[in-house]
Write a protein that binds this ligand. Structure first.
Ligand SMILES: Nc1ncnc2c1ncn2[C@@H]1O[C@H](COP(=O)(O)OP(=O)(O)OP(=O)(O)O)[C@@H](O)[C@H]1O
Length: 818
């Protein structure tokens, strides 16, 4: 789809969204909104969000387009035939024609497991029944008091409670497969719910595959807790397999048979808007119908059969209420499922059964790994077959080994196929967002390579001397590189010998893939990917895979990749054994509360190990100094510290007990510090994903853990973003007045420059989060509250240039340096 159509569609949507909000407000809706904003601020916030989303989508499209053009130019320079006029499908990762590109996107949307890419109002695929058509069910009285029964929509709750019990998932050979095992009764019920008009609902005269699959994709089974979905491999199902219907038709019909049975009711383009809609009954707005999702894809996203106009359904059923009820039931059920079955992250399968090198198995045993974890079992066969994959699995479930093992196999295979070279090619490149994580992954890979002579791993990360990297690469040639994007790009752009060695690359892995494909890293990632051979395997791993990332993942992945989701759509994304709570208190109480929580935790947990996450490096520094003044055993870790120090502290924390690590987000993702007992997050995390990753530093490997989120009252809106997580709001503890005095004394001892830097950093951080929905004046007022809470009399001045950059120059309350 061309960017202009996309733009237009989003404009229309945002306008519609704003109108709806406005209309509802005029109709006597609530006067206050989350975060205490009034309706005008709320409306403005939504307009802004819609605009930003529009911009983001356009940017993504643009980048994809540019990537295509670059590939075309490269192909031309290399004297190859024009890839656009004659794309070679066998190339897989090669340049695509615009049509193929859109087709690829469309197929992603239509596949099983793509349900999360759809919007709430992608209602059932069904021609609308003629108004007032009643079926034969006697005694039915519609909500409007009408007798008879209008052709009823599916009873979704019934599907959840009955349909699921009749779907078995077994795993006889390491690959998960849905065994369709419908009992006659429930299948009849299912059919009854479809009403007699099967045509309207898709493939009812076929086997009930789509339904079973959809359940598999959405929820856990009773017996097997984490059911992975390997959606990329599923054959598309058409209503009539023999009809030879074209690609688009097949996909659409498949959706009609499964996912579309979930009524979706929002008018907003994005997830947040959808949620808002349901919360406030906006789904009941009249006359709103959208055919196709906001991420529509030209004609490939046009449903062959029109969806039921919401109007006709809503008259009979209170859909928002139903959806809320279903969501509630699902979250309750998945919680129960998780509690019952997630005691262990391990599966039944052993490493010696999965076809990896015996020497690796030996090293794994030496490290104490005998059985695979569920994610390892679910992914290993696909990865060993050489498929591209996008893998989502909860934090602390063994994703690292899940990609390191195939990586090692790739090197072994490639090495055995080529003659021994003094400087071998880089066969595997692993990218991750932080230096500490790179070291951790390299260490884990080294442990697995213990008995493989001649296979080496090296790290390339910032904070070390570039020349040292080069020397190391020459003196100790390796086949696997673990790198952060910035430093790798330095090597590539400096045309070091590494670029040449990367030409032999067989496998690319992105750990914390969603973060690496986020805007912060996107440009670097694009440049890197552009320099890698197209004939390679790519694996993307993360505990969180938001919609945008799934869309953009094809910058790296082949079209026919597998999406393996061991969490399951609609299931809680955080480990079941982490107790999560939230406290709301004004800024001036935050330090006292943190101190109180830590003291309490220490008194109850002899072998405590705590991470306190702060919003920025400078705030981290201030928090650490203050806690140290309060005689607590703390260490600090953030990007403003030199790399040697960071490595030392990270290693120390990994080995130790009875220690508190005050950290910025450098420790948020991937870091495997064993047995962390408590994670505290002060202030809002940058987004929902970051909350999940930070929290995931505790409760790893299926162990117990605790997470506390401390927010100021105006930050409470963030709870809405994580409202599907089992977070309990708890009352404020009783604070000791003596501690308050001690705290003030301690604060007074801290250097003013540290506090000033903390204020600046705080302002920069919140100014960069769009979702806070505060105008600049309010933001500055809030910053000044924070300023007082850290013991500064007046807000420190900003450089004029900084204030300008931040858009704060003429805002009342901002002081400019003379
Ligand atoms: N097969 C296994 N048997 C026993 N322990 C394992 C196995 N695989 C991984 N582990 C352990 O599980 C822990 C978590 O692993 P890992 O760090 O790979 O998790 P992750 O899923 O990558 O987490 P995150 O999402 O935070 O990055 C580690 O301590 C690791 O040693």
């Amino acid at each position: 789809m061309s960017p202009s159509i996309l733009l237009e569609r989003h404009r229309a949507l945002s306008k519609l969204l704003c109108n709806l909000i406005f209309t509802r407000d005029m109709g006597g809706g609530p006067r206050t909104f989350p975060g205490g904003v009034n309706k005008w601020q709320w409306k403005r916030m939504h307009e802004k969000r819609a605009r930003e989303k529009e911009k983001r989508l356009l940017e993504q499209e643009k980048q994809l387009y540019q990537a295509r053009i670059r590939s075309q130019v490269r192909a031309k320079l290399a004297g190859k035939p024009d890839p656009y006029s004659n794309p070679d499908p066998s190339m897989g990762h090669g340049p695509m024609s615009p049509t193929d590109h859109i087709k690829a996107l469309a197929s992603r949307f239509m596949k099983e497991g793509a349900e999360d890419l759809w919007n709430e109002d992608d209602g059932p695929l069904k021609s609308p029944p003629p108004r007032g058509t009643f079926n034969e069910r006697p005694g039915f009285v519609g909500p409007n008091g009408r007798r008879g029964s209008i052709r009823s929509p599916i009873d979704l709750r019934q599907l959840i409670s009955e349909g699921r019990e009749n779907v078995n998932f077994t795993n006889p050979s390491g690959t998960y497969e849905n065994r369709r095992n419908y009992s006659g009764q429930s299948w009849r019920k299912f059919r009854r719910n479809e009403s007699s008009d099967e045509d309207d609902y898709g493939p009812l005269n076929e086997s009930p595959k789509p339904f079973a699959r959809n359940l598999a994709g959405n929820r856990r089974d009773m017996n097997s807790k984490e059911i992975p979905k390997i959606s990329g491999q599923r054959p598309r199902v058409s209503k009539d397999e023999n009809s030879g219907s074209d690609f688009e038709g097949e996909s659409v019909k498949y959706f009609g048979g499964s996912c579309s049975r979930w009524p979706r009711l929002s008018v907003g383009g994005g997830e947040e808007e959808e949620n808002e809609g349901i919360m406030r009954g906006r789904g009941r707005e009249r006359g709103v119908r959208k055919v196709g999702s906001s991420a529509s894809l030209g004609k490939y996203d046009v449903k062959i059969k029109k969806r039921v106009p919401l109007q006709s359904l809503e008259e009979e059923v209170d859909f928002p209420l139903q959806v809320e009820l279903i969501r509630h039931q699902l979250s309750k059920k998945s919680l129960v499922d998780e509690k019952r079955g997630e005691e262990s992250i391990l599966s039944q399968k052993r490493f010696d059964e999965c076809g990896i090198s015996p020497l690796t198995v030996k090293a794994l045993s030496a490290a104490g790994y005998v059985q695979m974890t569920r994610v390892q079992e679910a992914t290993l066969s696909a990865c060993l077959e050489g498929k591209d994959a996008l893998v989502k699995a909860k934090t602390g479930t063994g994703k690292s080994a899940a990609f390191l093992l195939p990586a090692i196999e790739t090197v072994l295979k490639a090495s055995s196929n080529t003659a021994i070279q003094r400087v071998p090619p880089i066969y595997v490149l692993i990218l991750c967002p932080t230096r500490e994580l790179a070291s951790q992954l390299a260490a884990e890979a080294n442990a697995m390579l213990k008995y493989h002579d001649g296979v080496c791993v090296q790290t390339l990360v910032g904070g070390t001397r570039f020349k040292d990297d080069q020397k190391r690469l020459e003196s100790d040639p390796c086949q696997i590189i673990v790198a952060t994007p910035g430093r790798l790009l330095d090597h590539i752009e400096n045309k070091s010998s590494l670029s040449l060695r990367l030409m032999g690359l067989k496998m690319l892995v992105l750990d914390e893939a969603d973060h690496l494909l986020d805007l912060g890293f996107r440009k670097d990632m694009e440049k890197i990917v552009d320099c890698l051979p197209r004939q390679r395997q790519s694996l993307l791993f993360s505990a969180t895979v938001p919609k945008e990332v799934r869309r953009i993942s094809q910058l790296v992945l082949k079209r026919e990749h597998a999406f393996i989701d061991t969490v399951g759509l609609g299931c809680v994304e955080t480990p079941a054994k982490i107790r999560q709570s939230c406290l709301i208190a004004s800024h001036e109480l935050h330090f006292q509360i943190v101190h109180h929580l830590l003291k309490e935790h220490i008194s109850q947990t002899p072998d405590y190990k705590v991470i306190v996450f702060c919003t920025t490096g400078m705030v981290t520094s201030l928090m650490c100094l203050l806690l140290r003044e309060m005689k607590m055993n703390v260490r600090e870790l953030h990007s403003r510290k030199p790399q040697l120090y960071r490595t030392r502290i990270s290693d120390e924390f990994r080995e130790s007990k009875r220690l508190i690590l005050v950290s910025s987000d450098v420790s948020a993702r991937g870091m495997n510090y064993p047995d962390v007992t408590l994670v505290t997050q002060i202030g809002i995390p940058s987004d929902r994903e970051q909350y999940i990753h930070r929290l995931g530093r505790t409760g790893r490997e299926g162990k117990e853990g605790e997470g506390i989120l401390l927010l100021a009252p105006w930050e409470e809106y963030f709870l809405d973003e994580i409202r599907d997580l089992p977070l309990e709001k708890v009352p404020l503890p009783h604070l000791d007045p003596n501690i308050k005095l001690k705290m003030e004394d301690s604060l007074a001892k801290i250097d003013t420059s540290v506090k000033e830097s903390a204020y600046h950093a705080w302002l920069g951080y919140y100014n960069s989060i769009r979702e806070i929905g505060r105008d600049k004046t309010t933001l500055v007022k809030l910053a000044n509250q924070f300023c007082q809470s850290i013991g500064l009399q007046k807000p420190p001045a900003l450089f004029r240039k900084t204030a300008l950059k931040m858009g704060l120059k003429d805002i009342p309350g901002i002081r400019i340096r003379k």
